[in-house]
Design a protein around this ligand. Structure first.
Ligand code: PAF
Length: 323
């Protein structure tokens, strides 16, 4: 790739508008932070976006309240700068990622960068099949945010966010040269945002944390901290071992002791929180179980690894979901 093309990609990447698909807690958090940093952004929701400009109510980590007038609609903007150059940040839950993108497919250029940020694993593979030439970035965040009501959120915890390249089919695409440039606006907007050369490892780590915490807290309708009770610790240890064996078979490197410690640290750090799956079951919504335990069980079957605990929790969540 010539230096000229490389330069033009780098120059434009930072100028691109960010269009966020999904007006949930995390989508609105990025919207608020981008807005605060003065970066052009737009949000696409499935809700009732009757007016193109609406207020977003945002309570920050210090408890200060802000209101922003935001650009909001049901479809991606396809005019002026946004049409050619916007970066798409998808913040819907794993089961909705592909549908949300397919709904907007006619408004997405084949060279637009798509960033996927959600709990669970397996969506990027699906998205790649339908958007084979779009550069795809995978992302994971440990930020916590609460959706109080539509377009009204509270930032409840700051944690690291990692972004990295997911292998796209079209490896020679010019915008693949330096995809890290595309997250510069997100780095300016929020603290603790990193480009990672080992993004699959970071996403797997989050997958393991979610597999350990989410189904148990959802089935028992309790906070993350209640997992510190001995009867749950006795389940989490062998569960992490099951997932560790699957990761090992998939050539994703972890130290078992470190992994057990990380899960325990997250439980302590988020002790007062209800996990996202806990809330999904509580409100009768579809969970991300297919992209957490479901994904892991599929991979385990491919490697002939037994998953008694993962499978039992999967079944219990499916029963709760079906009610
Ligand atoms: O899904 C969630 O709720 C979060 O990812 C985590 C880390 C389990 C904390 O509640």
């Amino acid at each position: 790739m010539s230096e000229q093309v490389n330069k033009s990609v780098n120059k434009c990447a930072e100028e691109y508008m960010i269009q966020i698909i999904g007006a949930g807690a995390i989508g609105c958090l990025w919207l608020a932070k981008l807005h605060q940093s003065g970066y052009p952004c737009h949000i696409v929701s499935r809700g009732s976006a009757k007016q193109p400009q609406q207020p977003l109510d945002f309570t920050d980590l210090q408890g200060q309240q802000h209101q922003f007038i935001i650009s909001h609609s049901h479809q991606l903007l396809t005019t002026s700068i946004a049409e050619q150059q916007s970066t798409i940040l998808v913040c819907v839950k794993a089961p909705q990622v592909l549908t949300a993108l397919l709904d907007q497919q006619q408004h997405i250029n084949t060279d637009q960068v798509i960033i996927l940020m959600h709990n669970g694993y397996g969506c990027a593979e699906e998205v790649q099949q339908h958007f084979p030439s779009n550069p795809i970035i995978c992302a994971t965040t440990a930020n916590a945010s609460l959706l109080n009501k539509p377009l009204n959120i509270t930032h409840t915890g700051l944690g690291p966010s990692y972004f990295g390249t997911y292998q796209t089919a079209n490896k020679n695409h010019p915008s693949n040269i330096n995809l890290s440039e595309y997250i510069a606006p997100l780095q300016k907007a929020m603290a603790d945002v990193y480009w990672s050369e080992s993004i699959l490892n970071k996403c797997w780590l989050k997958l393991i944390i979610n597999a350990a915490i989410n189904p148990l807290t959802a089935i028992n309708q309790m906070t993350n901290g209640q997992l510190q009770a001995p009867q749950y610790e006795a389940l989490i240890q062998p569960l992490v071992l099951e997932v560790f064996s699957i990761a090992e078979a998939e050539r994703i490197d972890f130290e078992l002791a470190e992994l057990q410690q990380t899960v325990s640290n997250v439980i302590t750090a988020t002790a007062g929180n209800y996990s996202s799956m806990n809330r999904d079951i509580f409100y009768g919504r579809e969970t991300e179980i297919e992209y957490i335990n479901g994904y892991l069980i599929k991979k385990a079957q491919q490697h002939n690894i037994a998953t008694p605990i993962l499978s039992d929790l999967y079944q219990q969540i499916k029963v709760l979901e079906s009610r």
